[in-house]
Design a binder for this molecule. Structure first.
Ligand code: ADP
Length: 158
């Protein structure tokens, strides 16, 4: 079993992400959840805040680590000698983007591969952007995110 990393924005982490992490840590020897700063998206939380929320909510899994990068994923992978990325797939709409990202990464490093885990059906329509929108409008997000994340969202929009 190799080590793998799970890159994403995680802005903020949701039960959908946590479901993927829980399953991935039974497959791989180590999972590094990597908060990747996406220059095309304007984040709600800083990378440090997102890292901290992920640390708090993944503490029970000893094989899970958390890190962040402002650079290219593939550079992080090379530097840390991790050849596998895990990504989650929700609807067909995720496919096109994920497919091109996986191929681009493998073009940059031929030994690199991306492994996809299908979402659990209850999280099919759950995304960080939906959570941000609901929280911004003062809605209840307790069924989508852990309590510490709900609290941070309240502080942000309160
Ligand atoms: P988003 O901003 O679209 O929520 P992220 O960049 O934070 O996505 O997501 C990182 C990875 O987690 C992506 O592969 C994404 O498809 C996956 N993911 C996000 N939400 C879910 C979910 N509810 N179920 C399964 N995978 C998910």
């Amino acid at each position: 079993m190799e080590a793998a990393f799970y890159p994403g924005s995680f802005d903020p982490i949701t039960y959908g992400h946590l479901n993927i992490i829980e399953r991935a840590q039974t497959i791989f020897s180590r999972i590094t959840v990597l908060v990747a700063v996406n220059t095309f998206k304007k984040p709600l939380f800083s990378p440090q805040e997102n890292v901290e929320m992920i640390r708090q909510t993944t503490r029970r899994w000893s094989r899970v680590e958390v890190d962040f990068t402002e650079g290219l994923l593939i550079e992080y992978a090379r530097e840390n000698n991790i050849r596998t990325a895990v990504r989650g797939l929700r609807a067909v709409t995720d496919f096109e983007n994920e497919f091109s990202m996986a191929l681009t990464n493998r073009n940059m490093w031929s030994e690199f591969d991306t492994v996809f885990l299908m979402t659990s059906s209850e999280y099919m329509y759950l995304s960080s952007s939906v959570v941000r929108q609901i929280a911004q409008m003062g809605g209840e997000v307790g069924q989508f995110v852990p309590a510490c994340v709900e609290q941070k969202l309240k502080e942000k929009f309160g």
